[in-house]
Design a protein around this ligand. Sequence first.
Ligand SMILES: *Cc1c(COP(=O)(O)O)cnc(C)c1O
Length: 220
Amino acid sequence: MSISENLKSVKKSLPTHVELIAVSKTKPNEAIQEAYENGQRHFGENKVQELVDKAEVLPKDIHWHMIGHMQRNKVKYIASFVHLIHGVDSQKLLKEINKQGQKVDRVVPCLLQFHIAEESTKYGFNYPEVLDLLDKYFFEDLPFVEIRGVMGMATNTDNQEQIKREFDELNAIFNKLKPHFSESFDIKSMGMSGDYKTAIECGANMIRIGSTIFGKRNYI
Ligand SMILES: *Cc1c(COP(=O)(O)O)cnc(C)c1O
């Protein structure tokens, strides 16, 4: 199947309130262009350099999502244009995003990444850490950061029950945090090619799909 056919069939299966991020990491510009020509405007990358290189040459109305682990020293390269940073997982990173946002006079939209998976390798806050930050009015000191919601990745497993439990947990975290943030705290980014249907059942309104649209990758 071609990229455009894959894209159409994924889109057909989505409720209208779910935003599709086409994850184009490691894929060439031609692949992105093909999805773009079929109406796709939101794309996700997990490496800053690759995101910047692609953004430079591809159409300007693409919304670029940084979905990977975000290194602090690289925030400066994307602060002026990134549509949404999904992988925000530390106080220090939040401070840096605020600082770089201030430099370019732009409020940078971010999601708080939560660690919901069993694997110890996946990044993210846990709920008590964020409660603690709220107690300290930490977010009030970040005028150039806009917290738009939450992001998480479930354990890489075939156990649907476990995946559902983890996404339910993220959904519950979202509901508990929502009263503490502004009206624009409205995004739940969860679900990838293997588990997006479960994610949507559990409340996802943003999904990040790579291989189902663009085909298998040779590396992460
Ligand atoms: C690679 C990646 C995806 C997409 O994965 P697929 O299984 O190819 O759909 C989604 N989210 C994140 C954070 C990723 O790094």
